[in-house]
Design a binder for this molecule. Structure first.
Ligand code: PEP
Length: 253
């Protein structure tokens, strides 16, 4: 049985103080949960990481911290970049890679993401590798080809052991920040498709263990139905992760 995961991507929102207050509110909301049977991850802007990691230490292990991006080199003359080594030494456990906003605005390719994925794994952190089609790609009917290429080119150089340490997030671009959610059936179709790609390459047992999150306008009101689908193992949440009540509502779903 795969454990459910709820990850909140704060994008470029909140000051450090606002972020700390958000995490304190999450800690208060989760304090009644004796046996939290899901993994909760907050993913603030890079500047906030050290403070948020400190704050999350008061959560009795209920809140984990991730980063939104990193570079693939360990160190060097790469002004403005942050390395996986820096993140892991700061206490970061997860790193989002290939979010559609990184692909769209910063031209991140599957090939670049393949390098970043390996670098993150080498530092013993868990990549949350994002894939998903644009509206145009969905309407053209070629969306499965797009997702297949994102998965194969970004991840299929990894060994079976490495694949056992990644999380995949399916985020249809047309559903991110738009209020339009993929229907549970649409999301389930793609999650099952993604799992079948891993089964073909790495075998059924590894594919069965792979956590695949859905992202795209997840809200407290639609989370339960999405998360009840056979191949949806939780959510990568944007907007609704910025309000403690909404994020707690999604965690409880
Ligand atoms: C995201 O940023 O990954 C996301 C899914 O955003 P939203 O929930 O706001 O659509």
């Amino acid at each position: 049985m795969r454990k459910k995961i709820v990850a909140g991507n704060w994008k470029m929102y909140t000051t450090v103080e606002e972020g700390i207050s958000l995490v304190n509110n999450l800690i208060a909301g989760l304090s009644k949960e004796e046996n939290l049977n899901k993994t909760v991850i907050v993913i603030p802007p890079a500047l906030h990481l050290t403070s948020i990691i400190q704050t999350a230490k008061n959560s009795a292990g209920k809140i984990h911290v991730g980063a939104q991006n990193c570079y693939f080199e360990k160190e060097g003359a790469y002004t403005g970049e942050i390395s996986p080594r820096m993140l892991s030494h700061a206490g970061v456990e997860y790193v989002i890679l290939g979010h559609s906003e990184r692909r769209q605005y910063f031209n991140e390719s599957n090939q670049l993401l393949a390098k970043k994925t390996i670098a993150v794994l080498e530092e013993k952190m868990t990549p949350i590798y994002c894939c998903g089609e644009t509206l145009e790609q969905r309407e053209s009917g070629k969306y499965k080809d797009v997702i297949k290429a994102q998965i194969e080119e970004g991840l299929f150089d990894l060994s079976a052991a490495q694949i056992s340490n990644i999380i995949v997030a399916y985020e249809p671009v047309w559903a991110i920040g738009t209020g339009k959610t993929a229907s549970p059936e649409q999301a389930q179709e793609i999650h099952a498709f993604i799992r079948s790609l891993f089964a073909l390459k790495y075998g059924a047992a590894i594919a069965e263990q792979l956590p695949i999150l859905y992202g795209g306008s997840v809200k407290p009101g639609n989370a339960a139905e999405l998360f009840s689908q056979a191949d949806i193992d939780g959510g990568l949440v944007g907007g609704a992760a910025l309000k403690a009540d909404d994020f707690l509502g999604i965690i409880n779903a």
